[in-house]
Design a protein around this ligand. Structure first.
Ligand code: ARG
Length: 458
């Protein structure tokens, strides 16, 4: 079925029809399309543009079409060009001329902009719910590991000791910002475009605010040209989704590393691992790798839509139909990745002892030894130099600095006394970093309180 046959005398090419139709993927917008049409129809009746009885009949029939799709009684035929065509065609087949009046004062250009905005706003809520479940899981795990000491890294080299709780809560902060970004994106998407027509508004006395209220939007679009050609909200949403994937991917990468024989910090459960068809001993972190891999796919959607939009003159161009698969695929991908990540994360078994033992090598207490000298009156630069020499000596001995005798310490600097040992124990190194935002159990406990407060306000 076509909504625009009048001007055409020839029939269209079958392959071309298939090529330009979007029903196979935009059918998932049916709900928004119908709800939007109900609001538009009611407004047409209220404004006397169509009769109230036609408006009532339209609303009632659209509702039954919605129910029929949802119950499975009506299947969305892929013969229609797009979801808008399908819904309008079904309406007309059920109520004839009244149905043929629905599209008065509307274009598919403002209609599709409306549908996509409604989709994105709801989808943001769904993604946020998953992110909140993830954040709750992170808090739960962090609570169990306030005292689980592990190495912190820079340049992939051991740097200073932290705790697993602190490390996990670093990701909590990232996902919290992701939620806030989604809120911002939702706020900017919350603009009602109907009334913009094809591009230049309409001559009918539409009540745009009424439609806005009916659909629960906060405002109406300010410029008809912009309203039908703007896909910033889709791009912004894709960028939020990309950021979420970037965070999930970093965390996945760490779990992949931590589960290697070399690290052995963690064991990913069998439920989230796979084997090899040839190497019987293998247990591979495929889920984490796939999450890392699918990040590229979501970035691809973002880059794809940015590229689609960059050369489009105002206003609507059919290129913009490509927005849907990008947004739908990215959304589906992110939802499955967060869900799998939560399950995988819950099932992790952390090897606390291995993490602790790993913290004892790598001279991660060298900064603390320098800080000890500073507290004894040395300048930090001198202390840095002295401890550098101490570490060089300890490396030549293949011993950690806490294993050196006091004489050996004193041979490097006369400032040392026996209190140095307590000051550079790995526990002290962590506990002393107790500023807000630091890894000490006291600071992380405060961070946990803040994290839980934030979760409870949502
Ligand atoms: N399927 C189209 C899309 O997704 C709907 C809008 C069509 N408008 C038009 N003038 N061809 O963009």
């Amino acid at each position: 079925m076509r909504l625009w046959g009048g001007r055409f005398s020839g029939s269209s090419d079958e392959a071309a029809d298939y090529f330009h139709s979007s029903i196979s993927f935009d059918k998932r917008l049916y709900r928004y399309d119908i709800i939007g049409s109900i609001a538009h129809g009611k407004m047409l009746g209220k404004q006397g543009i169509i009769t109230l009885s036609d408006a009532d009949l339209i609303a009632e029939t659209l509702e039954s079409i919605l129910n029929d799709i949802e119950s499975g009684a009506l299947s969305i035929s892929l013969d229609s060009e797009d979801i808008h065509t399908f819904v309008e065609g079904e309406l007309i087949s059920r109520i004839g001329d009244a149905g043929r009046r629905l599209h008065t004062g509307r274009s598919r250009n403002d209609q599709v902009a409306l549908d996509m905005r409604m989709f994105v706003i709801d989808d943001i809520d769904a993604i946020k719910a998953l992110l909140l479940a993830l954040c709750s899981q992170l808090v739960e795990t962090a609570e169990m590991h306030l005292d689980t000491i592990m190495p912190g890294y820079t340049h992939m080299q051991k740097a200073q000791a932290v705790t697993l709780a602190h490390h996990v809560l670093a990701y909590f902060e990232m996902f919290k910002r992701d939620c806030q970004r989604l809120d911002d994106c939702s706020g900017r998407t919350d603009v009602m475009p109907l009334g913009s027509g094809a591009l230049a508004g309409t001559t009918y006395p539409l009540d745009r605010d009424f439609v806005k209220e009916q659909l629960g939007f906060s405002s109406i679009s300010a410029n008809s040209l912009d309203a039908v050609s703007d896909r910033d909200f889709c791009i912004e949403y894709l960028s939020c989704l990309s950021m979420i994937m970037m965070h999930l991917s970093r965390f996945s990468e760490e779990l992949i590393l931590w589960s290697t024989d070399a690290f052995s910090f963690v064991e990913i459960s069998d439920a989230y691992s796979t084997g090899s068809s040839i190497m019987p001993q293998k247990k591979n972190p495929d889920m984490a790798e796939l999450i890392r891999g699918k990040t590229g796919r979501v970035y691809g959607s973002l880059l794809g839509l940015l590229t689609i939009m960059k050369g489009l003159p105002l206003t609507y161009n059919k290129d913009m139909q490509e927005d849907k698969e990008a947004v739908f695929d990215a959304s589906d991908t992110v939802k499955s990745c967060i869900t799998i990540f939560i399950g995988m994360f819950k099932s992790l078994v952390f090897n606390k002892e291995t993490m602790y033992n790993s913290s004892l090598s790598g001279y991660m207490n060298a900064t603390d030894a320098a800080d000890w000298l500073v507290k004894r009156g040395a300048t930090f630069r001198d202390a840095h130099e002295i401890i550098g020499k101490l570490v060089l000596y300890a490396i030549s001995q293949k011993r950690p600095i806490e294993d050196l005798s006091l004489e050996e310490f004193k041979s490097i600097s006369e400032l040392f006394d026996e209190t140095i040992y307590e000051a550079i124990s790995i526990e002290t190194c962590v506990d002393a970093r107790n500023l807000p935002g630091g890894p000490a159990a006291s600071a992380v406990s405060d961070a946990l309180v803040n994290a839980k407060n934030w979760l409870s306000t949502l």
